[in-house]
Design a protein around this ligand. Sequence first.
Ligand SMILES: N[C@@H](CCC(=O)N[C@@H](CS)C(=O)NCC(=O)O)C(=O)O
Length: 233
Amino acid sequence: MIELYTAATPNGWKITIMLEECGIPYTVHAVDLARGEQREAWFLEISPNGRIPAIRDGDQSLFESGAILHYLAETSGRFLPTEPQRRWEVLQWLHWQMGGVGPMVGQSISFNRYIEERVPYAIERYGRESRRLFEVLERRLEGREYVCDEVSIADFALYPWVRAHKWARVSIDGLDNLSAWLKRMRSRPGVERGLAVGVPKDEIDQWSAERKASYRRGGASMVTAVGKEPDPS
Ligand SMILES: N[C@@H](CCC(=O)N[C@@H](CS)C(=O)NCC(=O)O)C(=O)O
């Protein structure tokens, strides 16, 4: 049984979506990010970077959502083609998400929603770069239902971050392929079940004011905790 250490955030939902889409049984261990559980020694044993998601599968433990998606695809034989050219295509879009879309949209969220101070340079830079990345995805999706034609771990990695566009205050106006893909992804039952982990079903698409406020508080506490991680040695 896979033990999943996670929280209701985009990087966490990537993994619950994959597990649900594959029908792999798993147990959820909710990590309280606002309380700083991700910096506790027991968690750093599993995830030395002090971030969710992480998994344990028997003796194997893994952190980094891209590595976890790759591992689950390898072990289940799902959502990653075996033919080399198609496989590399999926892996390059997965890594593009990990190095680009996740960090940029994440910073846009942070500067727009979490910190009280207004930093125009950061809002502008991360917002513009997120929009540029969305435009790359828009072009990639021209004539395609999913990022690599058939649905894959690249879609599961991208979806939770792209759907956060409003929270990140990044416009998707005029991005018709991307908007259609968002709807296509949302209509998959496995995606819906994955998104429901950590969030009440009626708040999957529209968080309550209380939830938004608690995400804001949690986000702010994580921002201010950076640099204060205990040395586990
Ligand atoms: N590159 C990592 C990023 C993980 C990450 O930043 N996770 C966030 C939640 S989405 C987290 O654990 N934040 C806690 C903190 O900043 O202290 C991955 O994809 O797994």
